[in-house]
Design a binder for this molecule. Sequence first.
Ligand code: ADP
Length: 262
Amino acid sequence: RPGQRWTMRIATLSGSERIIFLSDRSAIDAADRMRSDFVANASHELRTPLAAILGYVETLQDMNGEADAPMRHRFLSIIEREARRMQQLVIDLLSISRVEADRFRRPTRPVNLAAIVKTTIAQLQDSEAARPKDIVARLGRSAQPILGDEAQLGQLAHNIISNAMKYGRPGTPVTVELAREGQRVRLSVSDEGEGIAPDHLPRLTERFYRVDEARSRSVGGTGLGLAIVKHISERHQGQLDIESELGKGTKVSVTFPLAADG
Ligand code: ADP
């Protein structure tokens, strides 16, 4: 391939026997590039709210107590919002690095996906961030287990359902379903939001990829949610599918293999 680079190492076994190791440098270079792009993106994402916080703090200090109460209140609310944005970003960055570190450790514990999804829905309905929107849950009665990590599966469900709540149209329901398909179980989350244009679909699970950056920021998104979902799904041998129709809505689903003897 053009631009491909190889590194060669030769080891002598005995006498005339040699082993030649060839490693594809271009693959290593690509991984290095991805890592440094990630660090650059993460730094940029942290720098933006940090600059806003420092700007508003300095303005308040310069005003030397002359800012009236409504102005102080407005500035403090902005500082709080930006600090929370940084906090969420740090939480998501830690999650993604933990999930990546666990990548090759297959989960061995049988867990009840329906119970995990139920708890996640209850948490989302309680959270302040939840908009007044119905979550219609059809989780069935089957407690057929999958092999999984309870905390990570909760996070996967949280990220997908909270996206449907964030990007759904106000007042329309979000539907969460669990359905058995042969030896697999499908978790699907549908919303009636504005949908996603087809050319964006393949890139949604890239870190920091957003269709509409301003929209994502205004609903408190970090651009890492679906990247985390993809990693968790892969660790559980899941298959992630995103279907969407502009103007109609989006359906995100993950199918997991059921624990053996199901
Ligand atoms: P974010 O934190 O920005 O929500 P995600 O990784 O969870 O990041 O999602 C990436 C992007 O995919 C979002 O910024 C949004 O543009 C789009 N997206 C995700 N879920 C939906 C959905 N249910 N409806 C419309 N767009 C969505």
